[in-house]
Ligand binder design. Structure first.
Ligand SMILES: NC(=O)c1ccc[n+]([C@@H]2O[C@H](COP(=O)([O-])OP(=O)(O)OC[C@H]3O[C@@H](n4cnc5c(N)ncnc54)[C@H](OP(=O)(O)O)[C@@H]3O)[C@@H](O)[C@H]2O)c1
Length: 250
């Protein structure tokens, strides 16, 4: 698809991979909107990229997701790309009972429910455009999980399957469904809940994810598996494609 002249919403676009994507879209000649919870981070992003529009919202809340959609529909009706990037990551020990699960933020709402709800809200608006896309950010951990982050990995596996289904369901419309599958990337993700030493390997820079994504969009490569995530994806899926075609051939 065209990587210029679009209007793009990047959720969680003030930091990390989302900010790198926002910057890449701006540099390629697109109008970019971002959202997130922390006003200070949104302002920082706006200072670095004055062309972007920002919106404060908490995507774990249904009302905030609806008001984000209404804001876009009323003020940026030309939106044709939704990037479901916002996410959180927690280490959760199920052996400790429900207390450990419930003491922090709800990964299911942010990582799983929000992208699905936003896709559904925006689909009719996107289908009105000649060329449009939904871009979901999953993870290499959707394919091979890390046991210390069981809910995170489950939400990402869910987003992968949702993306595959949605791509199939939207075939024949103007909306293409892309999935970015990053490896470990050096961002703030999970830093609050897991212990990392300063010298530990933190992953590739977010800009690498953005560069590969822009190239893949140009070439209509719907599954954008970045760097080290390739080994996880390939290793996990030998018979999947054939079975999927069988299930969906009627
Ligand atoms: N870093 C990695 O190694 C890695 C690997 C694979 C996949 N990913 C995925 O990449 C995506 C981006 O993560 P990142 O690594 O770039 O981390 P990040 O810098 O922490 O970015 C996450 C963004 O999501 C926003 N966000 C979180 N909860 C939100 C909520 N309830 N409502 C609205 N915005 C919310 C955050 O802003 P606020 O806190 O201000 O709301 C932040 O800007 C995530 O989906 C993550 O799972 C990351």
């Amino acid at each position: 698809m065209q990587t210029n002249g679009n209007t793009v919403l990047v959720t969680g676009g003030a930091t990390g991979i989302g900010f790198a994507l926002a910057k890449a879209f701006v540099n390629a000649g697109n109008k970019v909107l971002i959202c997130g919870r922390r006003r200070a981070k949104l302002e920082e992003a706006k200072q670095k990229l004055p062309q972007i529009q920002v919106r404060q919202c908490d995507l774990s809340k249904k009302e905030d997701r609806e008001s984000l959609y209404n804001w876009v529909k009323d003020q940026y009706e030309d939106l044709n790309i939704l990037v479901n990037n916002a996410g959180i990551q927690r280490a959760i020990d199920i052996r400790k009972g429900a207390a450990d699960l419930l003491r922090g933020e709800d990964e299911v709402q942010v990582n799983f429910v929000a992208p699905i709800h936003l896709s559904a809200c925006f689909a009719p608006l996107l289908m009105d455009k000649k060329d449009a896309a939904i871009i979901n950010v999953s993870s290499g951990l959707a394919f091979v999980p890390i046991a210390a982050m069981p809910v995170y990995c489950a939400t990402k596996a869910g987003i992968h399957i949702f993306s595959v289904s949605l791509r199939h369901q939207l075939t024949g419309t103007s909306v293409r469904v892309f999935e970015i599958v990053p490896p470990a990337v050096d961002t703030e993700l999970g830093r609050g809940s897991t212990r990392h030493s300063e010298r530990e390997y933190r992953g590739i820079p977010p800009s690498e994810v953005a560069t590969e994504t822009m190239e893949a969009l140009k070439n209509n490569e719907y599954e954008i598996v970045v760097g080290g995530a390739k080994g996880l994806v390939e290793g996990s899926r030998k018979a999947f494609e054939r079975k999927f075609q069988e299930l969906n051939s009627w």
